[in-house]
Design a protein around this ligand. Structure first.
Ligand code: ASP
Length: 329
């Protein structure tokens, strides 16, 4: 060993120690600036509604603004790619949904791996979906609606929020269950799709109750059926598709929060702690209930439970999507 090597090694390890210490201090102080929350769908839709509700309470807990940014398009994959490629420093997070589980089966050129490129922060809520239509549609109930679609076939237009979105998945399953194709109209999220449905610019849509409940109750659109096995507490008059002849039909969208892979543990803990606190906030609980969404049980909520749920959902939807024979690219 050359002379002075011991001193250089000592200086180097001192530098390393100082760097680790200052990183630890930086984490301990986290967050010191606003946090960017990507919603990979347009503003005004179901995911946006849930994300903004959570962001408001998380901002209070973390002492910094959690700022929602809508990055819609390509069934949410543009926004989620942005998150996957961001620095894992806790200043970039996202709220998305079941499409995180369906994207790998639908997109052959997906820019990211849904399990390997993200850290799970926590699951937020399960959200039933509803079959809705423009207010001028004549069908009086779901049976008449199905008969009308079967008669008109591709002359009927349906909206979705991009290939692989929940509205797309639900419509695919519905069309397969009634063995009839309709014509798709794509949007960057069901917020703008709902605005067009109010104007009668397409016929039908399947969307989360967080986007449809208030419009159905207000008589602005027609609600025909729920996609869950049980009727909905918020819209009990809607029959389920299962009880309406489409035996076994069940699609529930679920929302969760993710961050880029590699978050420092204390940052991850702060984020999931703030999310848990948000889900205990009576205002959040009440608003989710009004919109027909169910906050998940505490044991299903944390990062490990979300990772397990995502894996199970990827495995569940892959054969369904393969059988439906759809691909996004
Ligand atoms: N509801 C949308 C979907 O169908 C997404 C959204 O706009 O929140 O996936």
């Amino acid at each position: 060993m050359f002379k002075g090597a011991g001193r250089i090694a000592a200086v180097l390890s001192l530098c390393l120690f100082a760097a680790t210490q200052s990183a630890n201090v930086a984490h301990a102080q986290y967050p010191t600036r606003a946090i960017n929350l990507i919603v990979p769908a347009a503003a005004g839709g179901p995911t946006d509604a849930v994300a903004r509700l959570i962001a408001e309470t998380m901002s209070r807990t973390l002492g910094q603004q959690v700022v929602v940014e809508n990055v819609g398009g390509a069934g949410g994959t543009i926004g989620m790619a942005r998150v996957a490629k961001s620095a894992p420093d806790g200043y970039m997070i996202s709220v998305w949904h079941i499409a995180q589980a369906t994207a790998p089966s639908l997109y052959t050129n997906l820019q990211y791996n849904v399990t390997d490129n993200f850290d799970s922060i926590g699951r937020i809520a399960d959200v039933p979906m509803t079959v809705v239509a423009k207010s001028t549609l004549e069908a009086k109930n779901i049976k008449e609606l199905i008969a009308w679609i079967k008669e008109k076939k591709t002359a009927v237009t349906y909206a979705h929020a991009g290939i692989g979105s929940a509205s797309h998945l639900c419509a695919l399953m519905f069309m397969s269950a009634i063995d009839t194709q309709m014509t798709a109209v794509g949007y960057r999220g069901t917020g703008p799709a709902m605005a067009d449905l109010l104007g009668g610019q397409f016929d039908v849509m399947c969307d989360q109750t967080t986007g449809t409940t208030e419009q159905i109750k207000g008589g602005k659109i027609k609600g025909y059926a729920a996609t869950t096995k049980q009727r909905l507490a918020v819209l009990p008059e809607l029959p389920t598709l299962d009880e309406s002849g489409l035996k076994g039909f069940e699609v529930t969208a679920w929302h969760a929060m993710w961050a880029p892979k590699g978050l420092p543990k204390d940052v991850a803990d702060k984020l999931s702690g703030a999310l848990t606190a948000a889900l205990k906030d009576p205002k959040v609980i009440e608003r989710l209930a009004v919109l027909g969404a169910e906050p998940v049980k505490p044991e299903q909520q944390g990062p490990a439970a979300l990772s397990a749920h995502l894996k199970a959902e990827v495995a569940k939807w892959s054969p369904v999507i393969q059988a439906a024979g759809v691909k996004a690219n």
